[in-house]
Design a protein around this ligand. Sequence first.
Ligand code: SF4
Length: 288
Amino acid sequence: MALSVVDLYRDILPKTNCGECGFPTCLAFASMVVSEKLPLERCPHLAPETVARCRLELEKQYAAGKWTKRDPAKDALQWARQRAASMKIEDLAGRIGGNLASDADGKRFLELPYFNRLLWIYPDRVTLRGGKELNRWEQVFIFNHIAQGGSSLPSGQWKSLEQIPNTISKVKSMQAHVLEPLARLFAGRAGALAEASSRLGGRLLDPKQFGADLAVVLHPLPRIPLLLLFWDQEPEDGFEARVSILFDATIVEHLDIESILFMCERLVELLEQEAFLPDFALQMPENK
Ligand code: SF4
C-alpha cells in the first residue's frame, strides 16, 4: 500500500519533533521523504525492519511518480521529443539546414550549426559533435525546432518579442531572465560583450544604424538569427546599461514562444561563459 505524507507521519514516525533528521517536525520530514525521496533512515528512531518495510513501498511509489515533485525540464523534454518523433532525419536538412552524416555504427544523423558549435541530431537524442551532452532545456528548444515544421529562410525583418503575437505572458520573463541579466553582466564592458559574441559566431554590425553602442547578429540555429543590441551605462547621466534582442519575423515558424525564451536564456549562459570563464573551464562538460 502506498505511503502518503499522512500515513508516514501518523503510522511510522515517532511524532516527537526532536529535529535530529534536520527538519523541525516529523511532518516536515515525512513530506520530504514522500516528495523529495529523502532516505527514511535519516530519522534515527526507526527500527531497521520498519525502514526496510517502508522502503519497499516508497520505491514502488517513486517509480510510479506518485506524489514525487514533478521535474519540469524532464516533462518538457518528453513532450518536445514526442513532438519531434515523427520527423525523419533525412527530411530535416532541407527544412532547418545542416548536413546529413553517418556515425561509425552507420546511424544517420543531422549535423546542424549551433552558435559556434555543431549539433548531432538523431531521431531520439541531440548532442554536441562528438556526443557531448546538452542541457535539457537546450534539448527542449532544439526538439521543438525540429518539430515546428517551418522551412522559411530569414526575412531580414527584425521584430521585438512584444511585436510577435501571443507573447505577452513571456515579455516579463524575457526581461527578468535574459535582458536584465545580460545588461548587468556587461555594464561597462561593451568590449567584452563584443568579444564574447564574436566567439559565439556573432557578426558585428555598425551599431549607429540602430542608435546603439553595440549591434551583433548571432545564429543560434541556421534559420534562427537574432539581433542583439546593447547600450552601455552612462553613470554620470544616470543611465543604466540596456539590452534588446530582436528576432527575425519568421521565428514563429521555427520555434514556439516558450522555446524562444529557453534559447535566449541559453544565450545568456553562453555569453557569460565566453566572457568570464577561463579557457580550460570551457573544455569541461556542461551538465545541468
Ligand atoms: S528525527 Fe525522527 S522523530 Fe525526530 S523530528 Fe525527525 S522524523 Fe521526527
